[in-house]
Design a binder for this molecule. Sequence first.
Ligand SMILES: NC(=O)c1ccc[n+]([C@@H]2O[C@H](COP(=O)([O-])OP(=O)(O)OC[C@H]3O[C@@H](n4cnc5c(N)ncnc54)[C@H](OP(=O)(O)O)[C@@H]3O)[C@@H](O)[C@H]2O)c1
Length: 292
Amino acid sequence: MNNFASYLRNKKKFLILGCGFTGSFFAKTIKKFGYTALTSSRSENKDPNSFVFNSEKGIVPNEKIFDGVTHILSCIPPDKNGNDPVLESLKNKLQSLSLEWVGYLSTTGVYGNTKGDWVSEIDKPNPFQKRSHKRLHCEKEWIKSDLPVQIFRLPGIYGPGRSTFEAIRNQKIRIISKKDQVFSRIHVADITNAIIYLLQNKDSLKFHQIINIADDEPCAQIEVIQYCYDLLGLKMPKPILFEDAKKDLSPIAQSFWMENRRVSNNLLCETLGYKLIYKNYKTGLKNCFLNS
Ligand SMILES: NC(=O)c1ccc[n+]([C@@H]2O[C@H](COP(=O)([O-])OP(=O)(O)OC[C@H]3O[C@@H](n4cnc5c(N)ncnc54)[C@H](OP(=O)(O)O)[C@@H]3O)[C@@H](O)[C@H]2O)c1
C-alpha cells in the first residue's frame, strides 16, 4: 500500500463518477493516502470535492473538473434505456483527455444462470435478466470507446452500513431457503483494495480487460443470515421455502433467486496475486458487525 501512496503522488488525478456506496469507500480510502479524488453525485452536497453529474437531467460537470485528470472510476449503473450514463454524456470529453486508466464497475449478472456452476472471465456472458443485457451492452460500449478501460465484474456488494445486519435491524429481512441455491458476494474494502493493487502493480502485471472481484466462498443466503443472527445473539426466525415465499416477492426480488452461480476469483487471486482481506462472509461480516 505504501507503493500506492508514491504512485498517487506522481501527478495522478482521480475522478470518481457515481459516489454511492462503493465510490465513496474508494474515495475515502484514497484520502487515507493523503490524496483527494473528485467525486460526482446527482445533486449538490457540502463536500468541497464533490461535483454534480446527472445524465438524466443533462447536467454535465464543468470543464475545469477534467483538467489534468489521469484516472476515472465509473460506479454508475446503466440508465433506464440501457445506456451508459457516462458514455452517453461524456464520451467525447473523456476521449480528449490523456487518461492512463479507466475503471468500470459492472456486475456478474452478465454471466446469467449457471445452475450453481463456477463461472470465470473466459466464459461467454449469457445474461438472463433484462438488466443484465443492458449491463453487457454498456460493457461493450466501454470496450468500443477505445479508452484504457478495465471492467470489474462484481457480485453482491456489502460492507459496513450495507449488509444483512441493516436488513435485520430495519426488519426488512426475508428468511428464505431454496435448495442448492448459492450467491457470491464481495466486501466493499476488497473491491477498493483489489483495484488499488492492480493500479499499483500495473507495470508488472499482464493487463486483463475484464476481472471478477468476488470472495472465495459463494454460499447459501440463509447461512449468511444465520451467522448474523448468531453475532447479534438473536434467534433466527424459521425460514420460509422459496416456493411459498415467491408469490409475495417483488419482481426484482424474485429475479434475484432465478440465477444460481459461483463466481471464480482465480484470475484476480491466483494469476494476478491479489490477497483478499475478507475471504468469506464470516470475516467480512465480523468487520461489518464491529463497524456498524
Ligand atoms: N450493490 C450491489 O450489490 C452491486 C452488485 C454488483 C454490481 N453493482 C454495480 O456496481 C456499481 C457500484 O455499485 P454501488 O452499489 O456502490 O452503487 P450505488 O451506491 O447505487 O451508487 C451509484 C452511483 O451512481 C450515481 N448515478 C446513478 N445514476 C446516475 C446518472 N444517471 N447520472 C449520474 N450519476 C448517476 C448515483 O448518484 P447519487 O449519489 O446522486 O445517488 C450514485 O452515486 C453500480 O454500477 C452497480 O450497479 C452493484
